[in-house]
Ligand binder design. Structure first.
Ligand SMILES: C[S@@+](CC[C@H](N)C(=O)[O-])C[C@H]1O[C@@H](n2cnc3c(N)ncnc32)[C@H](O)[C@@H]1O
Length: 400
């Protein structure tokens, strides 16, 4: 169901709260860590909106600016440089009004796809974070994401709101496949939904968004009745993340569903080249997951432990997946990249502490070699930490 765009800012919807919390709760540890690189931080909200919703609730620009202010007040680092940019094609004036209390804010009136390359051309050596939250899918050009990854930034991270359900629906339309599955779509109010026609131009438009034509096979499986629209959406989301991994080392995704078992309203996709960023995001996704479940169950506790895909979480299954993954590392490898890779392959199925607890068990049983630096504590006892950072480094090797 398509909705008028200007309605979007009337009142902040629960799924927007989750989306913005995912951003705000990640930005704080991200900034705390990245400020230590001493390189400037460039934060771009590429589809910024108005800054504030009409019910007074903060939009993503206000959430980000408040988080930046807090981090700058708390950090011990000197001469920190955070440059916030907000792009919106419709609401630059609202942004100016709603963000006036903050200084050094850059507001750009225009289209992200036309502004971003020029804006970032002078930012080599910076830590760049892009929040990409459009209404639909049409501005999500994958070749731009590839280009950012190859620019000489000190680091680059993306948090993308991908309407993968909208993509599958358009893929079906373009290839003349019946979409059906109306029951999944009842509550999926969409703003500015993309409407393509069945022609070559539209096919190319979808290739551009997906970064390839792999989506066609998925739609063909739907046509053949081999998969449902629900499965097609999940397959597409996985394939899209895999595609982004050609440019970014770690890509995670969190589905936001309004009701359990429903097609996700959005998938929030996080792409980074830094394993620590991916791991902060995993625990952040779990933190937000409780809020999401409250919304889904209308305040009632779920009877089961569920993962973010609403699957029932089975400890034995998680353990089997962790073992299957770690058993491929037969030479000593830093721990955080191993864990971050696990989540990219297996999905966000548990918190990072669960994976570490399984490693601990494997170490005890002699199946996993764990090399810690420093190997002893200040009092001369053997180190037992499972951390992988500046002062405490851990490497793992599967012995089997
Ligand atoms: C989903 S809303 C963003 C909401 C915002 N993240 C928040 O939390 O308040 C999408 C915004 O993108 C803007 N927009 C649409 N097309 C755009 C484009 N091509 N470039 C930049 N902004 C665009 C719309 O005006 C709208 O404000």
């Amino acid at each position: 169901m398509a909705k008028q765009n200007h309605d979007f800012f009337k009142e902040k919807k629960p799924w927007s709260e989750v989306k913005d919390e995912l951003l705000g709760c990640y930005l704080k540890p991200y900034l705390q860590k990245i400020l230590h690189t001493k390189h400037p931080v460039v934060y771009v909200d590429c589809f910024a909106g108005k800054g504030v919703f009409e019910d007074g609730k903060p939009g993503s620009p206000l959430i980000a600016l408040r988080t930046m202010k807090e981090c700058l007040e708390q950090t011990k680092m000197e001469n920190c440089d955070i440059q916030p940019y907000f792009i919106d094609v419709n609401y630059a004036e609202d942004l100016r009004r709603n963000l006036h209390e903050f200084t050094r804010v850059n507001i750009v009136s225009g289209r992200y796809e036309e502004q971003i390359t020029g804006m970032l051309s002078s930012k080599n050596g910076c830590n760049v974070f892009l929040y990409v939250d459009p209404y639909g899918i049409k501005a999500l050009d994958c070749s731009l994401f590839d280009a950012f990854a190859s620019q000489r930034f000190n680091s680059i991270e993306l948090l993308i709101n991908m309407n993968s359900f909208g993509f599958i629906r358009e893929g079906c339309r373009v290839l003349g496949v019946k979409f059906g599955e109306d029951e999944f779509m009842k509550d999926l109010v969409e703003y500015d939904s993309t409407q393509l026609t069945a022609d070559e131009k539209s096919k190319n438009a979808l290739n551009k968004i997906a970064g390839g034509n792999y989506w066609i096979d998925i739609i063909e499986k739907k046509r053949a009745g081999e998969i449902t629209a629900y499965e097609a959406e999940a397959e597409f989301a996985n394939a899209y993340c895999k595609r982004l991994r050609e440019s970014y080392a770690y890509v995670l995704n969190m589905p936001l569903r309004i009701k359990p078992g429903q097609v996700p309203k959005y998938r929030m996709i996080h792409a980074t080249n830094h394993p620590d960023g991916a791991l902060i995001m995993v625990d952040n996704i779990f933190g937000r997951w409780e809020l999401m479940q409250n919304i889904q169950n209308e305040g009632q506790q779920s009877l089961w432990d569920e993962g973010v895909e609403n699957e029932i979480v089975n400890e034995a299954e998680i353990e089997a997946k962790v073992i299957d993954h770690i058993s491929q590392f037969t030479s000593l490898t830093r721990m955080n990249p191993v864990i971050a890779d696990f989540y990219c392959i297996c999905g966000v199925i548990c918190r990072t502490k669960t994976v570490k607890e399984i490693y601990k068990k494997l170490e005890k049983s002699g199946k996993l070699e764990v090399q810690r630096t420093p190997s002893t504590t200040a009092t001369g006892r053997a180190s037992t930490f499972f951390a992988d950072e500046k002062k405490q480094m851990t490497k793992l090797r599967w012995r089997g």
